[in-house]
Design a protein around this ligand. Structure first.
Ligand SMILES: Cc1ncc(C[n+]2csc(CCOP(=O)(O)OP(=O)(O)O)c2C)c(N)n1
Ligand SMILES: [Mg+2]
Length: 390
């Protein structure tokens, strides 16, 4: 393990060196105090070179780590985690398909490739905990318990949709399920999530809020204001930066003066970890550590979870800013294939059980399509309901 860690860290430093950036005192390659157990260890878990041997070694490393945690996890939970990951993938592949034939209008940001982040973190929550995210929200909404039918009908703009067909792709919401959106303004949900967690503490609960956002949102002022306040007031918010390495067509390297986002929490004295987002069990464990801190005395945490989106920023993205080779190299490290492999090697499920999970996800997706197709569009009178004017 020590050797692997060293190799990974070296790779990060190499990659960071290749990044055009002002000399900013970044933590790349320099000593940085971290409050986290493994934020330094996992840096560079995703590498920048297309090299099959390296990809294989990295995949095997992850598998070994997963095998350890799988042993200590309940079979039913593992099955549900796999189901949610497969459902997220199959469902969103269907979204892309129906979008292309004009069934869905407007924005549509897919999560394909990032499933381990949502599943690993949200499935560590308990009753009364909250989650909030950006416009890339379909999979998180389903993990929270909003049905695939309600999500797809919302994408279709139909009345059976999660918010009556009025919000579309970016605005899934359910107070009952503790899922507070679906937000289109980059970083906007960071302030709202901090407020949600403040309310949990104010009411005397031991609940926490997971607040998801992309790495581009970290450059917004609200990120810094929120982290400062959360640490000062011990607000149980777990800030999850889903670092998929691009903000629309701009790579992180072109937009951010340092590459180690987790370390930004140190400016506020906040606990932080860098997490491998291709490994659902690593995400789960880091989230559980953060949750424990939050429940104990309200302490917040910043998790930087490095992942990759396979699809464009949204369905209208021509994707000219990256190569197909780059996408392929991440697909070779696919989080679902890896998790299935690990579960197989650990002997958790039989082939029939794997097939049953896949089929269940396909059936749920088909059921969602049938529902969305048959659900009517909202009545004209609906134009005047749910309207807030000050
Ligand atoms: C305040 C604000 N500025 C700009 C935009 C336009 N915009 C939409 S998504 C996006 C990129 C965000 O990237 P990131 O935060 O990394 O999230 P990802 O899409 O990668 O999940 C931008 C600039 C916006 N919606 N809000
Ligand atoms: Mg991004």
């Amino acid at each position: 393990m020590a050797t692997k860690t060293a190799t990974r860290q070296k790779k990060t430093e190499k990659n960071a060196d290749a990044t055009p950036k002002p000399d900013d005192g970044s933590t790349n390659g320099k000593a940085s105090k971290t409050t986290s157990k493994n934020s330094d260890q996992l840096k560079g878990a995703v590498t920048d070179t297309v090299d099959a041997t390296e990809a294989h070694a990295e995949y095997e490393d992850r598998k070994q780590n997963q095998l350890e945690s799988i042993k200590n996890t309940d079979k039913e939970l593992l099955g549900e985690m796999l189901y949610q990951m497969v459902l997220g993938r199959v469902f969103e592949q269907k979204c892309a398909e129906v979008y292309r034939i004009g069934k869905i209008g407007g924005f549509c940001h897919l999560y394909i490739g990032q499933e381990a982040v949502g599943v690993g973190s949200m499935m560590a929550l308990k009753e009364g905990d909250y989650a909030i995210t950006s416009y890339r929200d379909h999979v998180q909404a389903m993990i929270a318990g909003i049905t695939p039918e309600a999500v797809l009908a919302e994408l279709y703009g139909k009345s059976g949709g999660n918010v009556g067909g009025k919000g579309g792709s970016m605005h899934m919401f359910s107070k009952e399920k503790g899922f507070f959106g679906g937000h289109g303004i980059v970083g906007g949900q960071i302030g709202v999530g901090t407020g949600m967690a403040y309310a949990q503490k104010y009411k005397g609960t031991d609940n926490v809020t997971l607040c998801f956002f992309g790495e581009a949102a970290v450059n917004q002022g609200i990120f810094h204001e929120s982290l400062n306040m959360a640490q000062l007031w011990k607000i149980p918010c777990i800030y999850i930066c889903e670092n998929n390495q691009y903000g629309m067509g701009t790579s992180q390297a072109r937009a951010m003066s340092i590459s180690n986002i987790a370390s930004k929490a140190e400016s506020y004295g906040m606990a932080n970890e860098f997490v491998d987002g291709m490994d659902v069990m690593a995400v789960r464990e880091a989230t559980l550590r953060a949750i424990e801190r939050g429940r104990a005395d309200g302490s917040p945490t910043l998790l930087e979870i490095r992942c990759y989106r396979y699809m464009g920023h949204s369905m209208s993205d021509p994707g000219k800013y990256r190569t197909t080779e780059e996408i392929k190299k991440y697909q070779e490290r696919d989080p679902i294939v890896l998790f299935k492999d690990s579960l197989k090697e650990a002997g958790v499920f039989t082939d029939e059980e794997f097939a049953e999970i896949d089929n269940r996800a396909k059936e749920a997706t088909q059921k969602a399509v049938d529902f969305a197709e048959s659900s009517p569009f909202p009545e004209e009178s609906e134009l005047f309901t749910d309207v807030y004017a000050d």
